[in-house]
Structure formats: C-alpha cells, structure tokens
Design a protein around this ligand. Structure first.
Ligand code: CAO
Length: 434
C-alpha cells in the first residue's frame, strides 16, 4: 500500500521571498531519504530542501525562479505506507554536512497527509575564505562540496553557467580542465611560462657545451631563491682611507712571500661586528616561515670565482679570528675552491655571504641571497672620489657596498641601520676593538 505525501517549504524564521535556484527532481524520479529535492536561496544563505521520506515523485509544484515562503507546496511523493509511518520519518535525520560552513536545522513542513517530524538543512552559502574576498560565489552545497573535493576555490570562477550566474558542476569541471592545461604548458612548474627554444644556427655558426655541474646546481639554487624570496638591495659607499693605510702598513711588515692582507678580511670582521649588533642578519627563517632561528656562531661564506663556476667556501668563527688568520684561511680556501678540492662541509653552515667583485671592477650590483641565509653583501671596486667635508672637497677612497636582504625577515630601516653600522666599522676600524 502507498500514500501521497506533500512536501512543503519549512519555517525558515519568517523569511519570505525565498528564491528557488535549482529543482533537482521531475515526476517519476525515485528519491531516497534526505535527497535534495530543490535548492533555495535567501540574501544570506543557500539551503537544500531534502526529502524527509523515500518515494516516487508524482508531481513537482515549483520551478526555478519561483519565489516561495513557508508552506509553499514543493512536491507530491508517493511513498510506501511503511516509509510514511511516523517512526520511519523520524529516522530522517538532518543532513550532516562536513563542509566547513555553519549548519543550522529547522523543521521541514510536510503536509498533514502524514504526521511526521520534518527537517530541513540550512547551509550557509559562503565559506569564510570566499566571503573574505567580498565575492559570494553562487553555488549549491553539492557543487561546493564537489569543488572542495577537487581543491577548487569557487571565487575563482567568475560566472557560472547556471540560473543567475550560478556555478554548476560543469563549470567546476571546466575550470579544472583549464587549470591543468595552463599548468602543463608552463614547463618550469612554477606556473611561469618557459623561455621558448631558439635555433641559433639559423643566425650563424654555433657550438654547444654542457654546463658544469656547479653551474647547473648554482643556477637551480639561484632561480629557487629568486622565485621564493622578496629581495631588496640597498646601496651605499664608505670611505676606507684609514683602513687602506693600515692594511698597507700591515702588508709592508709582512715577509716577502707571505700572503698579503686584502680589504676583504676587514670587511668580514666589520660585517660580523654589524651582525652582532643586528642579530636578525644572523638568523634564518624556518622552512615553514613560522619561526626565526637566531645563530650564536658567525660563519661567513665568501663567493669565489672558479673556472667551473661560483663556489662559496665558509670561513668559520670569524669573530674569533685575527685579520692575519682570516687572510691565511681565505687564501687557502679560495685556492682549494679554484682547484675544485673543497670538501662539502667546507661549503656549509654559512650565516651570511660576501660577494666581492672589487678585484675586477664595478660600481654596484644586486647580489642574490644565499638562502636560507637572509643577507648577502656585494662589494665592487673602491675608487678615489671628491667628497665634500663641509668647506672643501677632499679626495677619499670610497668603497661601494650592496646589501641584499630577505624582506620577510629584514625591514628597510633595519637594512639601512645595519649598513650604517657596517660603514662605521669600515670607516674607522678601531671601532672593531671596542
Ligand atoms: N676595490 C679596489 N681594489 C680591490 C677591491 C676593491 N673592492 N677588492 C680587491 N681589490 C684588489 C686587491 O687589493 C688586489 O690588489 P693587489 O693585487 O694590488 O693586491 C686585487 O684587487 C685582487 O684582489 P682579489 O680579488 O684577488 O682578492 P680579494 O681578497 O679581494 O678577493 C676572492 C678574494 C676570492 C673573493 C676573489 O678572488 C674572487 O674570487 N672574487 C670573485 C667573487 C665573485 O665571483 N662574486 C660574484 C658572485 S655572484 O655571481
């Protein structure tokens, strides 16, 4: 035996003019308990209208675009007497949604043909991540769930192809297809279009040579840093006349075959003194970017130009070593680097790097941080310049300095203060003794 049951719009808290935005049934359909019959929408929420009993749809009384209110007849169902009994109907528990959205329940009104408790599930339409954008995608909870399962942010789908721009399952599928096509055309894997291949032979004779392993690895590392770190380079210059006079006097006192002291070791010492004053420069971010790790050791990497490419030996505990010790160690390590004989652990553990092109030339450049370090100091060629001392121009040996830092860790003002400290130490190296 069977009975007819009328499903009506439940009490939704005195809300009138509720839009029907989707009707998911037609006469003859078999529906199961809790199956969504239609989707309603108010200003604030999208609501599924579930079946409180299983049965066969005899008649659908609403259509998309209708405005409904509490008590509006939605559908007539033919149900078996067993399913229509109060005890069965009571089992029609509210739809439990695992969507991260607010869920409220309200009784669903079913016509008096069958006396049964009824329920409707009210689902807030917009997850917080979407509402933050001020744009509320128009989609049924089922489509939202489908999108979430595929990891699709509905707010990225500007216009759905459904009624009033509602996003349908097909829109989500098309979005995924389009995203996959875009990703596969970008071979760098970072969503960045690759540089197209060119047949250079069409323009003249060419010769191909494989890159050295060092160059390939350095290239990968530099690209990774360039893409991941917000880098800022700050330029300045400092008078190093006193430092040069001292350096020359030290070198004059050295044995003829002794390794001569270069300006680089003074820069190493001054850099470490500035790091002691500004510990952020001797820190690294944890891989998840949540923590800053401060180091209590002062190891400095020195970029060395070798026939095979750039190598960065690390001079350890620079704060504990004398200028002469650093000179000897720098000479030894840079020679090992050029011969390709540095051990891996001699290139690890750096806190900051110096890249000096001063022996070659230059006025400024923008070195790239050797992450996870947070800063690198670039040095180019010192040259005599007229500097105004307040009453006259004085010839001064000015050393250009370029400080690149990771802006996630170091603010612009901190970068400028660090540079001032560095200049202070280099401008008057006696301060290193304080
Ligand atoms: N201004 C003026 N003269 C400078 C100078 C500067 N900033 N820096 C060095 N010089 C002078 C030195 O005093 C030396 O002069 P003398 O021959 O009269 O003594 C000469 O230039 C050569 O110095 P150097 O470069 O051999 O020695 P260094 O200690 O300054 O540097 C090293 C050592 C290993 C850093 C260097 O040889 C080197 O490899 N530099 C290249 C680093 C590099 O490739 N950086 C780029 C990385 S990013 O791609």
């Amino acid at each position: 035996m069977s009975s007819l049951i009328e499903i009506k719009v439940p009490d939704l808290g005195n809300v009138a003019d509720i839009d029907i935005i989707d009707v998911l049934i037609k006469p003859g359909d078999e529906v199961v308990l809790e199956q969504t019959l239609a989707v309603m929408e108010t200003d604030k929420a999208t609501m599924d209208l579930p079946a409180s009993v299983a049965g066969k749809i005899k008649q659908v009384h609403i259509k998309v675009g209708d405005k409904v209110a509490e008590g509006t007849l939605v559908a007539t169902l033919e149900v078996s007497d067993e399913a229509a009994s109060p005890s069965k109907a009571e089992q029609a528990a509210p739809v439990v949604s695992n969507e991260p959205v607010a869920v409220a329940t309200a009784p669903q009104t079913v016509a008096p043909v069958v006396e049964s408790p009824k329920q409707a599930v009210v689902v807030e339409a917009t997850p917080s991540s979407e509402s933050n954008l001020g744009f509320k995608p128009h989609a049924t909870p089922g489509v939202r769930l489908f999108a979430r399962e595929l990891g699709v942010d509905l707010s990225k789908i500007a216009n759905g192809s459904g009624h009033k721009g509602r996003i349908l399952k097909d829109d989500v599928k098309n979005f995924v297809k389009k995203s996959l096509a875009t990703a596969s055309s970008a071979s760098t894997g970072a969503g960045i279009p690759s540089i197209p291949a060119v047949d250079f032979a069409q323009f003249g004779p060419i010769e191909e040579k494989a890159l050295s392993k060092i160059k390939r690895l350095t290239g990968q590392n530099l690209t990774r840093v360039w893409l991941n770190l917000p880098l800022v380079t700050y330029h300045d210059e400092v008078s190093i006349d006193e430092m040069e006079n001292f350096r020359k006097s030290v070198n004059a006192g050295l044995a003829k075959d002794a390794v001569k002291v270069t300006g680089l070791v003074f820069i190493m010492k001054a850099l470490v003194a500035a790091m002691q004053k500004y510990p952020a420069f001797n820190s690294s971010l944890s891989a998840d970017g949540e923590k800053q790790i401060f180091k209590h050791y002062f190891h400095v990497g020195i970029a060395v130009d070798t026939p095979n490419g750039l190598v960065v030996p690390v001079i350890r505990d620079v704060n504990q070593k004398s200028l002469l010790q650093l000179t000897a160690e720098l000479a030894e390590k840079s020679e090992l680097a050029r011969q390709g004989k540095l051990k891996p652990n001699e290139m690890q553990g750096g806190c900051i790097t110096i890249s000096s092109l001063g022996g070659i030339g230059g006025t400024a450049f923008t070195p790239i941080v050797n992450a996870p370090e947070v800063a690198i100091l670039g040095v180019t060629r010192a040259k005599m310049q007229p500097v105004w001392n307040g009453s006259a121009f004085e010839p001064k040996l000015m050393l250009p300095l370029d400080l690149t830092y990771d802006h996630r860790v170091i603010d612009g003002a901190e970068g400028a203060r660090f540079m001032e400290a560095l200049k202070n130490y280099l401008g008057d190296i006696r301060r290193l003794l304080l």
